[in-house]
Design a protein around this ligand. Structure first.
Ligand code: BES
Ligand code: ZN
Length: 526
């Protein structure tokens, strides 16, 4: 039933793009390469295709490629194949590669998180010699999403059926990261459909898509090392998987925080839940200890209390701190920040580590439940966002030794006490930043592209989130600093949250930005 539904959807999606192809091919002609004067025509061609492009995103959203749920493994592959079908029409060669994930994965070893590696066939262009000399741009994105259930508070009846309402595209993945993926495909479609084989910008284009980003990128490093030849001729890396601070000021992003993610299991010295009236008092309680341990790691102002954890944090020097003052910032998260100044908010999000508690399994959680029970097993999940120069392995050790010490103290002198198991759920990811973005060709080209599309200077921003591929890809390509994050969505899009959305305007302008970016980058060579 589900397969039939998918087959229909895939056919439908291809029909849409084919029919459009045939009516709009090759409107820009008689040129050697794409020229400045053609950009307006291409931007109009993007506007003209708006409904088709929105429809394409709806198809992507409808594939529930939730990487954290094993029942959606097939959808991860479906998502790559769906993208591959579009890439075929664009003249890409592509392959799907699965990591073996031998004895490393925290999940069952039978689960695989495949990658798509594609490149735009060189021969399609006018002048092979020029392309052989041209630089190569790699576009990275992820096509997996985090889980979503209507009952969590979504306004629409199904988070995987995209809704188009009041200028917004609503549904899981619209901003993180399917909207950006589809925007890249749309930008490339317009190039192909409008230029045919003429006037193509002299730039080699590769694409690398991941299906396990949302769970810490299992197998990423394995693929990078197995497929080293795919990555070792990359000159520039662009990633569209983050957000601008406002909806009126575009931005270019030069930093990300890293992350370590833990599960903390506390088991009581009893095998099932107990009545607190019958047993409460002389018994160790797993939830009490869990809450104590979690609360001991961070104070009320968010300062992490784990000894030595700030030792390797790079100070925020004046030029950078000063640069925050001119950043446009109107994050409307209602009344959400407990610090008042803009610089402090940004530094706390971008430049200082933070600890978040994500959930506590095993306590009563049924709505309205008032059971007077002592739960026998509690599994808490928490993570720490890391900043330069914190080392994930060192932070893991610090967390472990602090919690072991607290646990030893908690259980001291008790005949029967709780037991504690701490696990790292991801490999751990370093923070990333580009130390000198303004002078880097990937940022210079992006700044020009932003000016073309928006008529504005972009703000230079960092981010508080984590994208493992940015760290590892920048280590795998020959010029590690030629890496840029080029966001199209905004902070208030609600990534990972209920009612995730992307504005139609950003979807369309983002597509233009991507196209202009390809054009600007292609000028920096041959
Ligand atoms: N798009 C986000 C990364 C991001 C988040 C950028 C917030 C900027 C601000 C990405 O899809 C994501 O959610 N990454 C995970 C990675 C983790 C599982 C290692 C994250 O940051 O939690
Ligand atoms: Zn995400």
């Amino acid at each position: 039933m589900i397969t039939v539904f998918w087959t229909c959807l895939l056919l439908y999606s291809n029909t849409l793009s084919y029919s459009h192809d045939s009516t709009n091919k090759g409107n820009v002609k008689n040129c050697k390469y794409l020229e400045e004067t053609h950009l307006e025509t291409l931007f109009k061609a993007i506007d003209y295709r708006k409904d088709v492009f929105v429809e394409r995103l709806a198809h992507a959203v409808a594939i529930p490629s939730v990487s954290s749920q094993s029942e959606h493994q097939e959808d991860l592959v479906n998502m790559l194949k769906w993208t591959g079908d579009i890439l075929n029409n664009l003249g890409f060669f592509w392959q799907i590669k699965s990591p073996t994930l031998s004895n490393k994965s925290n999940s069952s070893t039978s689960l695989k998180y495949p990658f798509l590696l594609g490149h735009l066939a060189k021969a399609q262009n006018i002048n092979k010699q020029v392309l052989n000399k041209s630089k190569t741009l790699l576009i990275y994105a992820h096509v997996d999403v985090v889980a979503a259930k209507q009952s969590e508070g979504w306004e629409q009846s199904d988070p995987f059926v995209m809704e188009r309402k009041n200028g917004f595209l609503k549904g899981r993945g619209t901003t993180d990261d399917k909207g950006p993926v589809v925007a890249w495909l749309n930008a490339l479609s317009v190039l192909k459909e409008e230029l045919g084989n003429d006037c193509f910008p002299p730039l080699n284009i590769k694409i690398f898509l991941e299906t396990g980003e949302e769970i810490g990128s299992p197998g990423l490093r394995e693929i990078l090392s197995n497929e080293a030849t795919f990555f070792n001729d990359i000159d520039y890396l662009v990633v569209t998987d983050n957000y601008c601070l406002t909806n009126y000021k575009p931005c270019l992003t030069y930093g990300l925080r890293g992350m370590v993610y833990f599960s903390l299991e506390i088991n009581g010295p009893f095998k099932q839940d107990l009545h607190s009236g019958v047993h409460g008092g002389p018994i160790d309680e797993p939830l009490r200890e869990s809450v104590y341990l979690l609360a001991s790691m961070v104070d009320k102002d968010g300062k992490i209390l784990i000894p030595e954890i700030y030792d390797d944090v790079l100070p925020l020097e004046e030029p950078e701190n000063a640069s925050y003052s001119s950043i446009q910032f109107n994050d409307e998260t209602p009344g959400a920040y407990f610090v008042a100044s803009k610089n402090e908010v940004l530094a706390k999000k971008w430049r200082w580590p933070s600890l978040s508690v994500h959930g506590i399994e095993g306590s009563i959680s049924q709505k309205g439940d008032v059971k007077s029970v002592i739960p026998h097993r509690i599994l808490s999940k928490f993570s720490i966002r890391l900043v330069p120069d914190q080392d994930p392995e060192r932070v893991k050790e610090l967390v472990r030794s602090y919690l072991e010490e607290l646990h030893a103290d908690w259980t001291l002198g008790k005949e029967n006490a709780n037991t504690m198991t701490l696990k790292s759920l991801h490999e751990g990811v370093l923070a990333w930043y580009n130390p000198n973005p303004q002078n880097n060709p990937v940022f210079i080209a992006a700044e020009k592209a932003v000016k073309r599309v928006y008529g504005l200077e972009p703000d230079y921003t960092r981010e508080g989130g984590t994208i493992p591929a940015v760290v590892y890809l920048s280590q795998a390509i020959p010029s590690p600093t030629n890496v840029i994050l080029l966001p199209i969505g905004t902070t208030d899009d609600g990534a990972h949250s209920q009612n995730e959305k992307l504005s139609e305007q950003h979807f369309m302008n983002g597509t233009k930005l991507m196209l202009a970016y390809i054009y600007e980058l292609s000028l920096t060579q041959y």
